[in-house]
Structures are given as structure tokens and as C-alpha cells.
Design a binder for this molecule. Structure first.
Ligand SMILES: Cc1ncc(COP(=O)(O)O)c(C=O)c1O
Length: 346
């Protein structure tokens, strides 16, 4: 109860809210969709290309990236449609993205049968592309117009990662439901759906739940995380980490033409690599080599992105500046080594 109350207090939206605890991010996503369907009596869900929502069957269906997440695992649950996620670097404007939703209403399913639109405020596995606030505001207006539930999947962006407790706090409008997991309990398996009480109350009693949902140990871990956020002012630290990472990565981009974009929100920062700096040639191979070279030097990097050419940085918010600088230096060395072995010189 204490965790639910504290999560509710931190979630935007000028309406009565409830919170429901589960174990994994995918479970939170699945339950948000169940709640939206039960509340609206509708079936269809719109998600976005490049989005990632988990590895369960509905999670995979909502995910907008075939390899490696969906290949060979179908068939998937029906009534899931994918729109374009705004991505200026790859030529998708906010207007293009909104048009792709109108196309779904025209080509595939009428708006009156759509239960929910689900999006990540910053695509995680998809490449750290950030949804501009005006896009979220347009989605809010669209959902209000058609009675659609707006779900922010904050499994990766939530818990202070983007400089605010939830990334959607930076939208200027509130989603109806939010999903959280990952960092909210510092790695202990607990997840949550938080949102409008009038929606959360719609499923029948017993329709939502799980044996391990909201286990006491994981709740204690999540409460400790919330305490540390306050005691160590980790939201301020998240923004400072973001500024430090962005500055250093921009300096690195000045030395390497392959880095064509440094972007992110708060401490959720990424670089995107292109062959010869040409936006038509995403360089997945170089990205893989940089990660391998970094690993040899003791730094674990994670790549991501629709074109597998993005290196994302998700350091603990408690990491010191000295440790950040050490990691950034290793990244620079790994890049030089990867380019040398790539045959394009250092
Ligand atoms: C945005 C998003 N949604 C859902 C999930 C699934 O979470 P889990 O792996 O805990 O099931 C993830 C995991 O990476 C994620 O990033």
C-alpha cells in the first residue's frame, strides 16, 4: 500500500489514480492493455515501429522490431497496429507520424474500435529516439477525441532516468496509464501500472493479479529506491549525468565523423553511428566492434536501434563523475580501436 501510494503521488494527471503491482515490465504492459480493453470494451491497440514492450506474446505483438524480438515466434495476438514513431534523423516528422495513425484509422481499424495507444516517451531498445512533447500533446488530443486510452510505457524511461521521475512529466499532458519496472526497485523484480482510477477499477475482481505480484521483498527494495532518490536528490543527479555524458559525447563526435547524432533525455543518452558519416549508411558493424573493444577494456556497452547502430548509455545514477569520465575515456579508446580494425583508420 505504501509503495502504491508513493508511486501514485509521483505520477502526473489531475485525476484520481490507483496503482497495481506486478513482477516484470512485460506483465505491466500486458495488464495496462487488459485494463484499457476492459474499460473501453474495445479490442484494437496502436503501438509504434521501433517500439519495444517485452517478450511475452502480447509484448512481442506490440513490439515494432522483428529481428531479434519477433522472428520465428509468431503467430501473435490480433488487433495490434503499428504507426510511425517520430524520428527526425531518419526522416519521420511529427506530422508524418500523426498521419500514419490516421492511415491506420482509414486502412485497418476505425478509431471507435481502438482501446489504447501505447508509446515509450523515449524508445529504449528502438534507439533512444525521443518523442517531442508536441507529439505527446497531439496523441493526448487524438485519444480524447476518440475515447482512446493513452498508455506511456515507462519501463525503461521511468524512475528518474530522464531527469524527471517519469519522462511523461515533460510532455505537458498526462497519459491515462503508466507502466514502470526495471530501475524502480534497483533491479528487484517488481513492476507497476499506475493510472486513472476509473479505468483501473473496470476489470472484474480477480481478473488482474499474479502469484509474485508486488512481492514484499521487491516492494521493500522499491521503497528504499524512493528513499534514496529523495536523500541523494537523484533527479538533479540524473540531469547532471545527462549534461556530462552529452558534453563528452559531443566532443567525441567532433573527433569522429561516424558519430552523427548525440541525443537523449536526462541521463538516457545515446550516439548513432554511420559509415563515413553518411545518414544513408547506418553502421551496425562498427557499433558491434565498438562494444566488443569496450568489453575487452572492462566497459560493458549496450547497442540498440532499429538499424543496430546506436550505443546507449544507461549508467547508474549513483555513479561518480570520476567513474563516468573513466567509462567515457574507454568508449573513446574503443571507438579508435574499432575504426582501426574496421579498416577506416583511427
Ligand atoms: C519500454 C519497455 N517495455 C517493456 C519492457 C519489458 O520489460 P521486462 O523485460 O521486465 O519484461 C522493456 C524491457 O526492456 C522495455 O524497455
Amino acid at each position: 500500500m505504501e509503495l502504491a501510494e508513493r508511486l501514485i503521488a509521483k505520477t502526473p494527471g489531475d485525476f484520481a489514480k490507483k496503482a497495481f503491482l506486478l513482477s516484470t515490465g512485460a506483465e505491466a504492459v500486458e495488464n495496462a492493455v487488459k485494463i484499457a480493453r476492459a474499460a473501453t470494451g474495445r479490442q484494437a491497440v496502436i503501438a509504434f515501429g521501433g517500439g519495444f514492450h517485452g517478450r511475452t506474446l502480447l509484448g512481442m505483438a506490440l513490439t515494432g522490431k522483428v529481428a531479434p524480438y519477433k522472428a520465428g515466434f509468431g503467430p501473435f495476438p490480433a488487433e495490434i497496429y503499428h504507426a510511425e514513431y517520430p524520428n527526425a534523423l531518419h526522416g519521420v516528422s511529427v506530422a508524418d507520424s500523426l498521419r500514419s495513425i490516421e492511415h491506420i484509422f482509414k486502412y485497418d481499424v476505425e478509431a471507435q474500435r481502438v482501446a489504447a495507444i501505447i508509446l515509450e516517451p523515449v524508445q529504449g531498445e528502438g534507439g533512444f529516439y525521443v518523442a517531442p512533447p508536441e507529439f505527446a500533446q497531439a496523441l493526448r488530443a487524438l485519444c480524447d477525441k476518440h475515447g482512446i486510452v493513452l498508455i506511456a510505457d515507462e519501463v525503461q524511461t521511468g524512475a528518474g532516468r530522464t531527469g524527471t521521475w517519469l519522462a511523461c512529466e515533460q510532455w505537458g499532458v498526462a497519459p491515462d496509464l503508466v507502466t514502470m519496472a526495471k530501475s524502480m526497485a534497483g533491479g528487484f523484480p517488481v513492476s507497476a501500472v499506475i493510472g486513472k482510477a476509473e479505468l483501473m477499477d473496470k476489470p472484474l475482481a480477480g481478473g488482474l493479479g499474479g502469484t509474485y505480484a508486488g512481492s514484499p521483498l521487491a516492494c521493500a527494495a522499491a521503497l528504499a529506491v524512493l528513499d534514496v532518490f529523495e536523500q541523494e536528490d537523484l533527479l538533479t543527479r540524473s540531469r547532471a549525468v545527462g549534461v556530462r555524458l552529452t558534453g563528452a559525447l559531443q566532443a567525441l563526435a567532433g573527433q569522429h565523423a561516424e558519430i552523427q547524432d548525440v541525443r537523449g533525455l536526462g541521463a538516457m543518452v545515446a550516439i548513432e553511428l554511420f559509415k563515413d558519416g553518411d545518414h544513408a549508411q547506418p553502421d551496425a558493424d562498427l557499433t558491434k566492434r565498438v562494444c566488443a573493444e569496450a568489453l575487452q577494456r572492462g566497459l560493458v556497452l549496450l547497442s540498440c536501434g532499429l538499424y543496430a547502430n546506436v550505443i546507449r548509455i544507461l549508467v547508474p545514477l549513483t555513479a561518480s563523475d570520476a567513474l563516468l569520465d573513466e567509462g567515457l575515456a574507454v568508449l573513446g579508446q574503443a571507438l579508435v580501436a574499432a575504426k582501426a580494425s574496421h579498416g577506416c583508420g583511427a
